[in-house]
Design a protein. Structure first.
Length: 274
């Protein structure tokens, strides 16, 4: 239980002191509530998922207004801390300050900013372009200055791995941490070997992992502080597609025991856990 008046960021920091924080990808309130009910101590509002919920790819097609509004919906649905994607901060340092203001108002515990040119692209897609590291350092400093709650966690993400290589990505991670970021997020780690390399190379920097390839125990052993678990969202899309294919082919959708509107209504009413 959190102390009365404790900020979302303070709750997240307390969790990180206890060990690895696993935050499943979610992009709406019911997914966030399901993750909370399953026992997860934090959730991650995915920019990819938020864009997908608009029927759009994650290529910078939605902006600060849509993202902050979704962050507020997700944070309002749960009691656990929310880590949220804030893309590039939607402009220069002044825009970054406004982004931090709106995200804190939405109730998030943490937000991450990335060093891509706008329009950005999903971290696992090709064709990313990184801004100069000096520009990103200014954004990180602006975000740190702008937060009203000192405990709000500022995460600096670098997407430099694919366009610039390992050495440049690791150097940027160190620079962003030195600029004041609480955590650094090296995105685009597509295999176990690269995940292990990043952990070893940046052992002196508190790191976020975005993947589905490791167990939480493996991620913790490598020293990661936060694990954004992408697999749950990918499976959500896959299983929904399969259900539609089943309906199209057979005229029915098989449901498991207990499936129906009653249990989800109880969840949304919070009757199941209280």
């Amino acid at each position: 239980m959190s102390a009365p008046g404790e900020s979302p960021g303070a709750r997240l920091r307390a969790l990180m002191e206890q060990g690895l924080v696993v935050a499943p990808f979610v992009f709406d309130g019911v997914q966030a509530r399901l993750a909370e009910a399953a026992g997860f101590a934090a959730v991650y509002m995915s920019g990819f998922g938020t864009a997908a919920s608009w029927g759009l790819p994650d290529r910078g097609l939605i902006g600060l207004g849509e993202m902050a509004a979704n962050a507020a919906r997700v944070a309002g649905a749960v009691r656990v801390p929310v880590i949220a994607d804030a893309d590039t901060g939607y402009g220069n340092e002044a825009n970054v300050a406004r982004t931090v203001e709106l995200y804190e108002r939405a109730g998030v515990a943490a937000l991450h900013l990335e060093d891509q040119e706008w329009p950005k692209r999903c971290g696992f897609l090709e064709g990313k372009r990184a801004i100069p590291a000096e520009e990103m350092e200014l954004k990180v400093r602006a975000a740190v200055r702008a937060r009203r709650h000192p405990a709000t966690v500022i995460i600096a993400r670098t997407d430099a791995l694919a366009p610039l290589g390992r050495e440049a990505a690791a150097e940027r991670a160190r620079r962003y941490f030195a600029a004041g970021a609480d955590l650094v997020f090296l995105d685009g780690l597509k295999d176990r070997e690269t995940i292990a390399w990043a952990a070893a190379e940046l052992a002196d920097v508190p790191m976020v992992l975005n993947s589905w390839l490791l167990t939480p125990a493996e991620a913790a052993a490598l020293g990661y502080r936060v694990y954004l678990q992408l697999g749950v969202m990918l499976r959500h899309f896959e299983e929904f597609r399969r259900a539609l294919e089943e309906l199209r082919a057979t005229g029915q959708v098989a449901l498991g025991p207990g499936a129906g509107v009653e249990w989800i209504t109880r969840l949304l009413d919070r009757e199941d856990g209280e």
